[in-house]
Design a protein around this ligand. Structure first.
Ligand SMILES: Cc1cc2nc3c(=O)[nH]c(=O)nc-3n(C[C@H](O)[C@H](O)[C@H](O)COP(=O)(O)OP(=O)(O)OC[C@H]3O[C@@H](n4cnc5c(N)ncnc54)[C@H](O)[C@@H]3O)c2cc1C
Length: 448
């Protein structure tokens, strides 16, 4: 039924501490009820793992059972407006299979490894094109899961409130084994870059957010440089395959790596910072005219072992209207932190504009449009301490965190940001899983 893997009892190689007693690789979802009901053979807590790329202990181990969903790897059905697949399918595999059929997801992340189970139940904010869809879980229209009592449940968009809770449930309400995602026809994307100082960015902010397109920012507080990357859907553009492959080569080789914060790209170790900046300028000169590509072509596969990507970051989101003020405060925070502690992040910080999205309970843009802010690093010495102070800074400015991409999170940050939504989730969780079969110490600490 399931293949068992020797349990690891120590911190894993990414440095994120975990202690599962047992790690099993699921081959058939039909085995899940047995795994959930046999507490002696499969110790509590039962926690699922997809690609294991989260930045926090949201997978967790705690002497329990880690269930690797990688064996549930079938794409089951392609429709014109939807695709049905098992939870262990990687989003990169899915996106390429869709592209072969002239289809795509309405939001395409840059990292290919994300498993569909992890796409469905955590909040994964993405640079968005319009209201309603700013986290990947909002693409999910149906979820099949096994409850802590071992019962199969099928939830669709028609059960709006339940779907909203499940889409940010992190495996705490049940184990997802199948999902249906919304798809649309492949649409060319025009990518433009604009390099601004903070003063210029603040002065032009109203027009930057008014113009159409998804926005991704690359921020260097010490060089006072904000690169605004705008991705505009252009349905009228017709791109031949050969044309698009040439553009792809140019973008992948020359443009994206130069930004440092783009996933899987070149990292700016301190000694390389000057060279990085040079490459950035040279590349930008070439790219200001804009390039066209399809979204799936910016997707990258990172190393199979998460820690080898050597790219770590933390993420908070802030109300859109406050963002220029937040950025100015971030510049000052970084400079003052460096003065006192001689530490500064060695990778360009990222940011994404998120439209309002109420599709999941813990959506970071639940209350309105937001911008994320993502300090990034290679995980060098001083990074962990920096994040502790950064969290207080971000929470003090009214920021909203995530549970799998915000590191060193504390219960008071969670209570302040999510308030009543946490209480609602806790009450539902206690009813659904009274024996805490699915809860690990990380979530117990944050939610109570
Ligand atoms: C270098 C780097 C680059 C990244 N780039 C991007 C990016 O471009 N875009 C983006 O959106 N994100 C990005 N991320 C973040 C990443 O997408 C998330 O951390 C995502 O959760 C990773 O997917 P995973 O399969 O590794 O999830 P995991 O870490 O394996 O799991 C995440 C959570 O989901 C739960 N879970 C997993 N499967 C199931 C299931 N079947 N049923 C119930 N619960 C389940 C787990 O228990 C855990 O709580 C990046 C992360 C890194 C480190």
């Amino acid at each position: 039924m399931v293949s068992k893997v020797t349990g690891s009892r120590s911190a894993d190689s990414s440095g994120i501490y975990r202690r599962p007693r047992l790690v099993i690789r699921l081959k058939r979802f039909e085995d899940l009820p047995t795994v959930l009901s046999k507490t002696k053979s499969y110790p509590t807590p039962i926690r699922m793992v997809g690609a294991d790329y989260s930045q926090t202990r949201c997978v967790g181990g705690d002497g329990g059972t880690t269930v690797d969903t990688g064996g549930l790897d079938k794409i089951l059905e392609f429709g014109e407006t939807f695709v049905r697949a098992q939870a262990g399918v990687r989003v990169g595999t899915l996106v390429h299979a869709l592209a072969e059929r002239g289809l795509e997801l309405p939001l395409t992340p840059e990292m290919g490894q994300i498993s569909l189970g992890a796409l469905a139940v955590p909040t994964l904010p993405q640079a968005s094109h319009g209201a309603g869809v700013a986290q990947l879980s909002s693409l999910v229209t149906e979820i099949k899961l096994i409850t802590p009592q071992g019962k199969q449940m099928i939830v669709t968009e028609r059960e709006r409130d339940l779907m909203r809770v499940l889409r940010s449930s992190f495996g705490l309400l049940g184990v997802v084994h199948e999902v249906v995602l919304r798809v649309r026809p492949l649409t060319p994307v025009k990518i433009d870059y604009l390099v601004l100082s903070l003063k210029e960015f603040s002065g032009r902010f109203a027009s930057i957010i008014r113009a159409p397109g998804a926005l991704r920012l690359h921020i260097s507080p010490f060089n006072d440089r904000i690169t605004v990357e705008r991705r505009t859907l252009d349905e009228s553009a017709s791109l031949s395959r050969s044309g698009i492959w040439q553009i792809r080569k140019s973008v992948m080789r020359n443009v994206l790596p130069a930004f440092g914060s783009t996933v899987g790209s070149v990292l700016a170790a301190p000694g390389l910072r000057a060279a990085m900046q040079k490459a950035l300028h040279a590349t930008l000169d070439r790219s200001t005219r804009g390039v066209m590509m399809y979204a799936h072509e910016w997707m990258r596969d990172l190393p199979v072992e998460a820690w080898k990507a050597r790219h770590t970051y933390s993420l908070w989101a802030f109300p859109e209207a406050d963002f220029p003020v937040v950025l100015a405060a971030y510049y000052s925070f970084c400079k003052s932190y460096f003065k006192t502690n001689r530490y500064r992040c060695n990778v360009v910080s990222g940011a994404s504009r998120l439209h309002q999205d109420k599709g999941s309970l813990f959506s970071v843009s639940y209350t309105g449009p937001m911008f994320t802010l993502e300090p990034s690093s290679t995980g060098d010495e001083g990074w962990d301490d920096f994040l502790i102070d950064f969290n207080d800074f971000a929470s003090g400015l009214g920021g909203t965190p995530t549970f799998n991409q915000t590191r060193a999170l504390q219960p008071e940050h969670v209570a302040k940001s999510f308030g009543e939504r946490v209480k609602l989730f806790r009450a539902l969780r206690q009813r659904t899983d009274p024996l805490n079969r699915l809860r690990n110490s990380y979530f117990a600490y944050l939610f109570g």
